[in-house]
Each structure stands twice: as structure tokens, then as C-alpha cells.
Design a protein around this ligand. Structure first.
Ligand SMILES: [Zn+2]
Length: 253
């Protein structure tokens, strides 16, 4: 087929826009904010585990504390009963001796439990501090995630806008090109290939294949409006003054 050299050159602009669309779409899938969010998600998971384990440590200590507290109350009541019985003098001498012995044991146990409770309270305090700290860390990370998600959405919207703009320009450009040329180009593109390439430095600009001297001579001899296809990839081979074809001499700017 035939198409003016100018029309053929427009295919290069189209290919450039398509490459830009592809590049921009790729950057949409690889936003730096997405990497940041993935990192934050990992940190958040750890922070949630920290909160959960520090909360259960608080709960466990509370259970132990309540148990000791209950035992201490029982012990105190028991000691009070023994004391009252001794003071009332309503039991015999031998029984008093036994009660006194029991009371002493109870008091020693009471003191031990009180010590244990003090220790538990200290542990509770430390655990509560740890729980507060991990909850604060979780909150900070949650806020960071929210902020990063906002930035990601803004970046994504910006990229989407750019893709839409490029597609619009591309559509407008395609309308100015010979429909038969465009259909060759689109046919290749739909197969994942590059539709057109500039012949330069003895290579097809689409597939980068080096052209043999025979092909180069054929290209150089062809009329300017002859649409040439790469034997390797099928792309439209666009020639310009920069193609460096045999007999072309130095490019005119
Ligand atoms: Zn090629």
C-alpha cells in the first residue's frame, strides 16, 4: 500500500503516545504509596498482635490478682474468727493453744499474700503501661495508613487523569492518520507487538532487528510513499532523514 511519508511518520507519534500510555499505566500499578502501604500493613499486623498480647497479659494478671485477693479476704475473715474465739475465752486452754497456732499461721500466710499482691500490682502497672504504649503505637500507625491511603488515592487519580489525557490525544491523532495505516498498526498492537518503528542505524525501530544489506537497499530504493513492513515483526518501517539509509547521506535537520 501507499501512504505519504508524513502520514507514515504520524504512526511514530502514535507509537510514542502508546508507549507513554503503557508506561503511565504501569506506574499506576507501581505507585510508591502502594509500597509504603504494604510496609505499613506489615507494621500494623505486628502492632495489632502487640496490643492483643498486652491486653491478654493485663487480663491474666487481673485473674491472678482476683484469686489472691479472694484468698486473702478468706484468710482475713478466718483470722478474725480465730481471734474473736480466743478473746471470747469460750474454748478450753488446749483449744486456745491450737487456735493461736492457727492464727499465727494465718497471719504469716496473710503477710505472704499481701507481698504477693504488691508484686502483682507492680506487674499490673508495668503491663498497663505496655498496653497503653502498644495501643498508642497502633493508633499512630492507623493514622499513618489513613494518610498514606489518601496520598495514594490522590496519586492514582493524577495518573488516571494523565492516562485519560494521553488516550484522548491518541484518539485525536489516530483520526488524522490514514485508516488503512492505522488498521495495520492496531492489528499488530492487538497481538502485543509494536505497530510502527523508525528505521535507524540499520535496525527496525519496532523489533530492533538488524536489517541485512539487501533489505536496506530495498528500503532505500522504495518510493517515499511506499508502506514498507519489517520482514521480522511486520511493523510499518518509517523512514526519515535520520534513517541513515544507503545513499541517503547525512540527515538534513
Ligand atoms: Zn521489526
Amino acid at each position: 500500500m501507499k501512504a505519504s511519508a508524513a502520514q507514515q511518520r504520524l504512526l511514530l507519534d502514535l507509537a510514542e503516545l502508546d508507549a507513554e500510555v503503557a508506561k503511565t499505566a504501569h506506574s499506576r500499578k507501581n505507585l510508591p504509596e502502594d509500597a509504603e502501604l504494604a510496609e505499613l500493613a506489615t507494621q500494623l499486623e505486628t502492632a495489632r498482635e502487640d496490643v492483643s498480647s498486652s491486653r491478654s497479659a493485663v487480663d491474666d494478671l487481673k485473674t491472678v490478682y482476683d484469686k489472691v485477693d479472694k484468698e486473702l479476704t478468706g484468710m482475713t475473715e478466718h483470722a478474725a474468727r480465730d481471734k474473736a474465739a480466743i478473746e471470747a475465752g469460750s474454748v478450753g486452754h488446749k483449744a486456745i493453744g491450737e487456735l493461736q497456732h492457727e492464727l499465727d499461721t494465718l497471719i504469716r500466710r496473710q503477710e505472704a499474700l499481701e507481698g504477693e499482691m504488691l508484686e502483682l500490682m507492680e506487674q499490673q502497672e508495668a503491663t498497663a503501661v505496655e498496653a497503653d504504649r502498644s495501643e498508642a503505637a497502633l493508633l499512630t500507625l492507623t493514622e499513618k495508613e489513613l494518610e498514606a491511603a489518601g496520598r495514594r488515592d490522590a496519586s492514582a487519580a493524577k495518573v488516571d487523569e494523565r492516562v485519560a489525557d494521553l488516550n484522548e490525544r491518541r484518539a485525536a491523532l489516530a483520526l488524522t492518520i490514514d485508516s488503512e495505516l492505522v488498521s495495520i498498526y492496531e492489528g499488530l498492537r492487538s497481538r502485543g507487538q509494536v505497530g510502527a518503528g523508525l528505521v535507524q542505524a540499520r535496525r527496525c525501530g519496532a523489533c530492533r532487528m538488524e536489517l541485512d544489506p539487501r533489505s536496506l537497499s530495498r528500503i532505500a530504493a522504495a518510493d517515499e510513499d511506499e508502506v514498507l513492513r519489517c520482514e521480522e515483526c511486520g511493523a510499518v518501517m518509517v523512514r526519515t532523514a535520520h534513517s541513515g539509509l544507503p545513499g541517503q547521506g547525512k540527515p538534513r535537520e
